[in-house]
Design a protein around this ligand. Structure first.
Ligand code: C2E
Ligand code: MG
Ligand code: MG
Ligand code: MG
Length: 282
């Protein structure tokens, strides 16, 4: 079990924003300037192979350190960033920073890991998205096979043909694609057979609520994914019991507080040093 370093380093003030709702305009304005003011950073949460007992990758998660409110969860500002169109520039910063950091780790002699980056539907639909990816990979010199894009199922409802084209481009460029929060979006099973995806991330709600129905759903998702040669990762694993159940069902990987909390880059780097070379799913 990986040490729980950094557990309390990042306090996220859920609900804080409500108290400031009268200052919505100020808040918007502050979000507009957050990038210039260097208020964003990334934390990295290890992805753990159930069968190899190894860290096999990391997910980059965005943090905003607001000057007055402290750390604000992306769940509390990403929707606003999408609404204001800021997600395009913020998203590019995230991609660049995650790739830059990953290359820095590799150059420092760490075993190579794939880094997953969350991508909003608005980014995917933006006309310049593939150019942005090309630019970021060129600038950071990261091999695209070490980058995975996480998208949510809700993407499937809009501009299906266009999304399919973009995803095919991304795959041809050598990157990996995961469906995040699987089971909660507008799940059309058709999409996972049509889109060129590599991995399914089972939403944490199914993991947390250990009911018979959820167990059956988890089983079904794993069986279905494996029959399509897709890798399956379970999100939000917090207990030994959850891990054991997932292992018994053949789930490939897990992420969650039971293994490790998201860590700032320096702590993540120290942790990654101790694990084996690239043994990811291919
Ligand atoms: P997500 O991609 O599904 O990420 C998983 C969330 O669960 C993260 O919350 C993570 O810190 C949290 N988590 C990890 N392990 C556990 C656990 O064992 N128990 C519980 N209860 N939670 C756990 P976080 O970092 O607050 O991010 C929330 C969401 O914000 C993400 O969900 C993702 O959809 C979005 N997000 C984060 N970073 C970015 C980004 O750079 N770009 C975009 N577009 N969205 C982002
Ligand atoms: Mg994610
Ligand atoms: Mg998720
Ligand atoms: Mg999500």
């Amino acid at each position: 079990r990986v040490k729980e370093e950094g557990k309390n380093n990042y306090k996220i003030y859920h609900g804080m924003l409500n108290k400031f709702s009268g200052q919505q305009l100020t808040f918007e304005n502050e979000l507009r300037h957050a990038l210039d003011r260097n208020e964003f950073s990334l934390v990295y949460q290890p992805q753990w192979s159930v069968h190899e007992n190894e860290v096999v990758g990391v997910e980059a998660l965005l943090r905003w350190k607001h000057p007055k409110l402290g750390y604000i969860s992306p769940a509390d500002f990403i929707p606003l960033a999408e609404k204001l169109g800021l997600i395009i520039s913020i998203g590019e910063w995230v991609l660049h920073e995650a790739c830059r950091q990953n290359k820095e780790w590799q150059d420092a002699g760490l075993p190579p890991f794939r880094c997953s980056v969350n991508v909003s539907i608005a980014q995917l639909l933006h006309t310049q998205f593939t150019q942005t990816l090309t630019r970021v990979l060129k600038k950071t010199k990261l091999d695209p096979c070490y980058l995975e894009l996480e998208i949510t199922e809700s993407i499937a409802i809009v501009k299906e043909d266009y999304i399919l084209k973009i995803l095919n481009n991304i795959k041809q460029m050598g990157m990996y694609i995961a469906i995040d929060d699987f089971g909660t979006g507008y799940s059309s099973l058709k999409y996972i057979t049509q889109f060129p995806i590599n991995r399914i991330k089972i939403d944490q709600s199914f993991i947390h609520d250990h009911t018979t129905v959820n167990q059956a759903i988890i089983k079904a998702i794993i069986t279905m994914a494996h029959s399509m040669n897709l890798n399956v990762l379970a999100e939000g694993v917090e207990t030994k019991e959850q891990l054991e159940f997932l292992a018994s069902q053949g789930c490939n990987e897990i992420q969650g507080y039971y293994i490790c909390h998201p860590l700032p880059h320096d702590q993540a780097g120290k942790l990654l040093q101790n694990f084996s070379p690239f043994t990811h799913y291919m």
